[in-house]
Structure formats: C-alpha cells, structure tokens
Design a protein. Sequence first.
Length: 425
Amino acid sequence: MRVCILGAGVIGLTTAWELAERGYQVTIVDRRREPAAETSFANGAQLSYAFVAPLASPETLAKLPGLLLSSAAPIRIRPTCDPAFIRWGLEFLAACNTRSVDATTRAQLALGALSRTVLADLTQQEALSFGLRTAGKLVVYRKAKGFEAAKAQAERQARVAEGGQEVLSAAACLALEPSLKLRPDELAGGIYTPSEQVGDCRLFCDDLAVRLRRRNNVSWQLGTHVRGLVVREGLVKGVETSQGLIDTDLVVLALGAGAPHLARQMGFRLPIYPMKGYSITARPSLGAAPLRHSVTDLDRKIVYAPLREDGNDVVRVAGIADMVGFDRRVDERRLADMTRQAADTVNIDLESDVLPWAGLRPATPDSRPIIGWSPVPNLFLNTGHGALGWTLACGSARLAAQMIGKEGPGGDPAWFALGRSNKAP
C-alpha cells in the first residue's frame, strides 16, 4: 500500500518509520527543505512521560481573567473574532473540569508509557544519538495554591499508574538542584519524577531521517507545498503539490498547527489552534555548576533541560504560550521577558549566542492529541500534540500504525479519536 505522510516533524517521521517497518511504500512531504525545521526544531527537550498537567483545568480557568488582562503573563491570549478561535475557546472552557482532567491524565499516561518503550527500543535498535538520558524532572511551584493543586494531581496520577513521583519542600527542591538561583522563600515546593528523560528532538529527527533514507520503500518530497487532496468517489486518490501530483492509497495528516487548513478543504473541522512558544539554547555561566535535572517553573511556564552540544554543556530554555494566531515571528519583547526570567532562575551565559527560536504548538482544547481516522475513510490523523509532541511522538506513531494495519492496539483509540468525549476512560 502507498502511504503519503504530510509533515516531516517528529510526528511525521516516527509515523513514517513505523509504517515503513511494516512494509508500506511511504512518501514524506513537507514544505521545508529539511526535516524537523519548525515546531520540532528547538523545543523544550523534555521527555515527560509520567508528569501530566493539562492546560485545560479548573486551576487555569480560575486564572483566565488575569491572562486576558495581562500582556506579561506566561500565557498570553489575544482575543479575535476568528470563528476557529472562538469555537476552540468555548471547547477549552468546557474542558476545564475535573472529569476532563481525569480523562486526559489516564490517556496521556498510557500513551506516554508506550512512547517511552518505543523510543528506547528504536534508539537501541538503530543506534540513534541525540543525547537521550534519564535526568529526572523537577517541577517547582512558586505559589502555595498551585502547589496544592499539583499534589492533588500527583495523587490522581498515582491512582492510575505508578509514576514514582515525590513531593518535595522548597528546601528539598534547592538541595536536589543546586544550580537554581532561588531562595527557599520564593518557592512553595515541588514535584520530582526521577524517571523522566531529556533529549534533543531535532538531532533525533536528523538521525531517524538518515535511517529512513536508507530504506528502499521510503521516498521524500521536501521543499514541497501541499495544495490539496484529490478525492474521487469519497476517497483520497492523490496529493496535489507544488511539484505535481502524488498518487497514494492513504494519507496521514501530521502537519501540526497547519492541519486544520487542509481539514477544512476536506469538509471537516479539526479542534486545533496554534500556541506559540519560544526557546533559547545557552551555555551555563562561567564557573557555574551545570544543570543536573530537567526543571519546570510551572508558574512562569518555563522549562529548563540539560543538553550537550558539540561536547559542551548547554541549557535549553523554553516556554511561554501565546495564542496569537498563525504568527511564527519571534516577538523580541516576549523573548526578552522569558530570557530575563530564566537568568533569574538558573546560571546561564547570556553574553554569548543564545540561539533564539519560536514555533507553533498544535493545541487541542483538552490537551490530548488526535490520533485516528478522519471522516474521509483513507485520511488518517496524527496531530494536535500541543507541547507534548516530542514526548508522545513514538507512542503516537506506534498507535497510528496499529490502527492503520488493524493490529488491535493495546490502548483505547477512543481516547484520542476526533469525536471523543471527555468521559474518563
């Protein structure tokens, strides 16, 4: 069977690998000339399999008035009359309840566990090199109310799966991660998950692309714009591109924030809206101890991941969630705010090149990806991963391949279906 995968980010590439391994003839199409050139390029580098914190929650709902009024908040929402934004916003509000959080927690933990296993197997099997290591993840909370909510979420997760999470005092957080420049009175506490990992998503994609290029059942159409799908008798028969027509038997839509545009052309709606994030990659300050663990400053929505680059320790700093439409430009003021807050939190060298980046995360209202069949019988969806694309990519690809091949996946595909409900599985 011929399969055309639209999107060469981490979701598209892992899906291509899973399908190629099963013998499908795979064509990968992307408008950029290199794989992983957009949202997968410089993300937060955290692999958060066992820590789930859906954006849609009662806690976020309580903070919403402040987010709408503040231009400096870590989540910035620019109201618009765009019907897609309005409908997404209403669905987001409807998902800010405990039942939805329970459903997302169960679904994400199951998919995260699968993703961890698949990534470990793939890394060993193909000898991939992208800085994968178990660094542990420390999530710190500056306010007591947020910390109490985090402890409740940790208890919720413990009822679903053994996550191995530890609740830490402020002093214990600082003892665990000495590179933090915070005082005990600046923190309420933290949640530590020793099993969490870090890795460079772009390097993973580059290495996986090398392996894909060695296969005789994989072809590439990079630097190629998708104009639309050719449909006859209710089925997709081809992909119309700037480089001509690609005949295919099946299409996998893995275009991230760009997926809703193509879905509208096909007559259905994807509940996805872009959420812009930023990152910098910087070295530790001269003489400072390198960051040992992955750290998330939840109140400021900034993450810190220890990586290695050209033999040197570096820190990937990523954060901010701007709902400002399809604007991929780097907002220098927002980037400066994040950089300033980062410098107050960890020891990083801001006098050298810090490699700024911005990308659009494809966010769904309930924080779960969409993995499953579309209303068009041979158009499959693997998109909407929000800030967890890197974490969930390998598991999503395995689930997608199992569904396409009718292999009977271990998890419940209804958790990620386009028409899902918020009922806890």
